[in-house]
Design a protein around this ligand. Structure first.
Ligand code: PRP
Ligand code: URA
Length: 225
């Protein structure tokens, strides 16, 4: 783990034992796709909990069986967007929508070209504008932050719709120092949340030691030709 980055502003490294236990399962090359998805879910849950601590709350009157009280709830005037980057972000978004069932889910179709390592768009159905950008909270989900190209494309999508930078969070299970620096150079005010920062990228743009190709391991397409 890069300790200098870990202490940088606008990055939160979860390091919770349940997160790390599941990250170890995901790293293991002998983990089956089923167990890989299960570990992703558990890790995603821990991470998503800590990443959503910026949601605004308001007081709401509640009648308990014994008395009247005021209880804190998520501000009903806020719009919450869960934005998984396809494909690997899908399992992550299932977990997120179970925790926030009223959130809007906006899929972001990006893949990384294997030769150039540049992100390529293939799906974007975002509305032209958001009704109340100041009250909109966006959680972009992707298991992997490698070169940072996909993250930057996805973040741009929301900053271009006037959503305040402090309302956008990028959440990933595993990240590289190079990817974090790349995203922070473009968007210093966007909060990054990750479970762990690995050592480096290899010359094919894979996180080392990493866990391999997250999408392929999730969907059992490792041997696709
Ligand atoms: C992976 C991963 C990220 C991206 C990260 O997706 O899920 O979206 O690579 O790399 P970057 O930081 O260098 O942009 P991939 O392109 O393999 O697509 P997939 O999820 O469809 O397999
Ligand atoms: N995408 C992945 O799935 N894994 C990596 O290590 C880098 C990009």
């Amino acid at each position: 783990m890069d300790t200098k980055l870990k202490k940088a502003e606008n990055i939160s490294v979860c390091e919770h034992p349940i997160a790390l236990q599941n990250l170890a399962i995901m790293r293991d090359k002998n983990t089956t796709p089923e167990l890989f998805r299960n570990a992703t879910k558990r890790l995603a849950e821990v991470l998503f909990f800590s990443a959503t601590d910026n949601l605004p709350t308001v007081l709401k009157p509640v009648e308990t069986p014994l008395a009247s009280t005021m209880s804190k709830v998520i501000d009903p005037d806020s719009t919450i967007i869960i934005a998984p980057i396809l494909r690997a972000g899908l399992v992550f978004s299932q977990v997120a929508s179970e925790l926030l069932p009223d959130a809007v889910v906006q899929h972001i179709g990006l893949y990384r070209d294997h030769q150039t390592l540049q992100p390529v768009w293939y799906y974007n159905k975002l509305p032209k504008e958001f009704k109340n950008p100041q009250n909109t909270y966006v959680y972009i989900l992707d298991p992997m932050l490698a070169t940072g190209g996909s993250a930057i494309e996805a973040i741009k999508l929301y900053t271009s719709k006037n959503i305040p930078h402090e309302n956008i969070r990028f959440i990933c299970l595993l990240s590289s120092p190079e990817g974090i620096t790349h995203v922070q150079n473009h968007f210093p005010e966007i909060q990054l949340v990750t479970a762990w920062i690995d050592e480096k990228l290899n010359n094919q743009g894979y996180i080392m030691p990493g866990l391999g190709d997250a999408g392929d391991r999730t969907f059992n397409t490792v041997y696709e030709v």
